[in-house]
Design a protein around this ligand. Structure first.
Ligand code: SF4
Length: 265
């Protein structure tokens, strides 16, 4: 469907949880965050209802995000449910990969079409520091299991303004060895005004924005860098999606209402 600026909005990013097994420094405060109570998190069936309504309006790309989507109980069943919905061309996931190895084959078999794995460094101590305790070998095992399962894998590397690019070089050669692609993401803060920077592949320029987001609390977000959101009306989901698309700004400003970990980037 088109938004009020004539952009084709056909990509729905679905944050299935605000929880994560890691504490990445640029995403979560050291002590973590007060997680949303379970009773406020929408069910897998409700997520499938929103996705089905969205495909009815021409959405054809769905990405499952978090927090960390693989900590959500029943995530493989959700992929199976979504895999049956007609009209989805891409059913993708963004994960930190540390829980992926035992699940990759099942996710592929049930309908997942591709996976992005966040991998900012291959250095075990820097990875542990950045993720506050993560093991890089778990993420590497996840990447390899996804490749073995036949899933296209893109490695997301978040780069800060003053970061040296040594990690980008090592992650890029690892990607080449493993048959993966690499996507550079400029480190950003939601409470800063969004600006486009062609040196990085992401965040993408607002002029070609194609997405909205579904939060795990059952709200639709027109823009990452904005506080607007539309609670899903379960009696008329299409109306909620249209209202969300109608609220899309020409370009992002800044946001304070939700943390990145609850939006899924
Ligand atoms: S900041 Fe908002 S308008 Fe810009 S690309 Fe992101 S979601 Fe789209």
């Amino acid at each position: 469907m088109l938004d009020s600026f004539g952009r084709s909005i056909h990509y729905l990013r679905v944050s299935v949880t605000d929880r994560c097994n890691l504490r990445c420094a640029y995403c979560m405060p050291e002590d973590g965050i007060p997680f949303v109570p379970h009773e406020r998190i929408i069910s897998l069936e409700q997520i499938a209802l929103v996705v089905r309504a969205a495909t009815g309006l021409g959405f054809n790309k769905i990405r499952l995000t978090g927090g960390e989507p693989l900590v959500r109980r029943g995530i493989v069943d959700l992929v199976a449910m979504l895999g049956e919905i007609p009209g989805i061309v891409t059913l993708a996931m963004t994960t930190n990969g540390t829980l992926l190895a035992p699940l990759a084959a099942d996710l592929k078999r049930r309908g997942l079409s591709s996976v992005n794995v966040s991998l900012d460094t291959l250095d075990p101590s820097r990875y542990a520091a950045l993720t506050r305790g993560g093991k890089v070998n778990d993420a590497i095992a996840g990447v390899r299991a996804a490749r073995t399962a036949g899933l296209p894998v893109k490695l997301n590397i978040v780069i800060g303004e003053n970061d040296d690019l040594a990690d980008l070089a090592t992650v890029s050669s690892f990607a080449a060895d493993e048959g993966c692609s690499v996507q550079t993401i400029r480190r950003y803060r939601l409470d800063e005004v969004k600006f486009d920077d062609e040196r990085y592949e992401r965040p993408s320029p607002c002029a070609i924005c194609d997405r909205i987001r579904l939060l795990a609390i059952g709200e639709l977000k027109p823009c990452l860098h904005g506080d607007a959101s539309v609670p899903v009306d379960w009696n008329d989901i299409e109306k909620s999606i249209r209202a969300c698309v109608g609220l899309k700004p020409a370009c992002g400003s800044r946001a304070s209402a939700h943390l990145v970990s609850a939006i899924g980037g």
